[in-house]
Design a protein around this ligand. Structure first.
Ligand SMILES: NC(=O)c1ccc[n+]([C@@H]2O[C@H](COP(=O)([O-])OP(=O)(O)OC[C@H]3O[C@@H](n4cnc5c(N)ncnc54)[C@H](O)[C@@H]3O)[C@@H](O)[C@H]2O)c1
Length: 327
């Protein structure tokens, strides 16, 4: 039997390192292309696995990208400069990686006859919702308010504008804000950061506690990529899906209340902020009705995991800058 081979760009990252393991567990052959911006430790044990191959390189490097396509059936494109603060550090680099590098990858995939191209986009493309009482969905207007989201919107447009007879069929996944543990833990994302700080006994200062966002566990985001790989083409090709669960939209104060259920003594100070350009509640009905995708974990599960690793010392210094995307 021929095994399906998946190229995961950014496979050494927070989400990628989980995705790679789930793919291997399911019997896929996996290649990772990553420039190791945050090191390669999340991949070390995988070098013992005959179904795994690592290629160190930049997605903007035409030769490396062309070589990486050999025998590949599907691409999960996760490599990126990730998050508003990291993207603001060097805007030219951000555009060059998140747009030019991504186009380079898709062109090489189409030339090599790769069948599916799954792009890790973001719900932050929605910016601020117009009607505070409703939910945005895949047909809502995109209103990116950061360079990060602008680059994601721009590459989505490129992909969805490709000729429909291209062999390489794109799917854009707009991920919720992620939380939970991974081989490359990140403590610079809301649920993980709040849980970590309160588990360390710090006083938390929260700006704009009333603003909404959707959240999704890292394992479920990885599972959504596999769900698209395994879905019939006609259900996912040249299309966009929000990834998460409609019940997992939270205001920041709701996340704090969930943490307080598990850490009753936690102290929190709220600082009023009347404007936040990122304020959105998202509907996830499409991915559920079209391909039957359902999440397996909820925010309180992620909070419990972070509290456990911090309070039991599984991670010795969770404040280390290596657990953030901007030092
Ligand atoms: N973390 C979130 O909340 C979130 C939400 C929505 C979407 N996403 C998207 O999911 C994807 C993965 O996010 P993450 O949180 O795992 O990020 P991460 O920063 O942990 O991982 C990104 C990986 O990409 C690699 N990389 C960066 N530039 C590269 C380049 N030029 N060439 C090759 N490799 C390169 C890095 O070395 C790193 O291993 C990203 O595309 C991100 O935009 C993340």
């Amino acid at each position: 039997m021929k095994h399906t081979k998946v190229l995961v760009t950014g496979g050494a990252g927070y989400i990628g390192s989980v995705l790679v393991r789930l793919l291997l567990e399911k019997g896929y052959y996996v290649k990772v292309l990553d420039n190791l911006s945050f090191g390669g430790e999340p991949l070390l044990d995988l070098l013992n696995n005959d179904h795994f191959e690592f290629i160190k390189g930049d997605i903007r490097d035409k030769n490396i990208v062309k070589d990486s396509m050999k025998d590949v059936d599907c691409i999960a494109h996760l490599a990126s400069i990730v998050g508003d603060p990291a993207c603001a550090v060097d805007p030219d680099l951000t555009r060059s990686v998140n747009i030019d590098g991504a186009i380079n990858l898709y062109e090489a995939a189409e030339a090599a006859g790769v069948k599916k191209f799954i792009f890790a986009s973001t719900c932050s493309n929605y910016g601020k919702m117009k009607d505070p009482n409703s939910f945005v969905d895949e047909n809502s207007e995109l209103a990116p308010v950061s360079l990060y989201a602008e680059t994601k919107v721009s590459f989505e447009k490129y992909l969805l504008g490709q000729p429909k007879d291209n062999k390489c069929e794109p799917t854009c996944l707009r991920f919720s804000t992620v939380y939970g543990l991974s081989l490359r833990p990140r403590f610079d994302l809301t649920v993980n950061e709040f849980s970590k700080d309160l588990a360390l006994g710090k006083e938390l200062i929260i700006f704009g506690e009333q603003f909404w966002r959707p959240y999704c566990h890292v394992v479920d985001l990885a599972r959504s990529v596999i769900a698209v790989i395994e879905a019939p083409s006609e259900k996912v090709a040249f299309d966009v899906f929000n990834v998460g669960d409609t019940k997992e939209n939270y205001q920041k104060q709701m996340i704090v209340e969930e943490i307080r259920k598990q850490l009753p003594g936690a102290t929190v100070k709220y600082v009023t902020k009347n404007e936040d350009p990122r304020d959105y509640r998202v509907s996830f009905d499409k991915i559920s009705s079209r391909i039957g995708f359902k999440i397996s974990k909820r925010v309180p599960d992620g909070i419990a995991q972070v509290i456990k690793v911090v309070s039991e010392g599984l991670i010795l210094n969770p404040d280390d800058s290596k657990y953030k995307n901007v030092q």
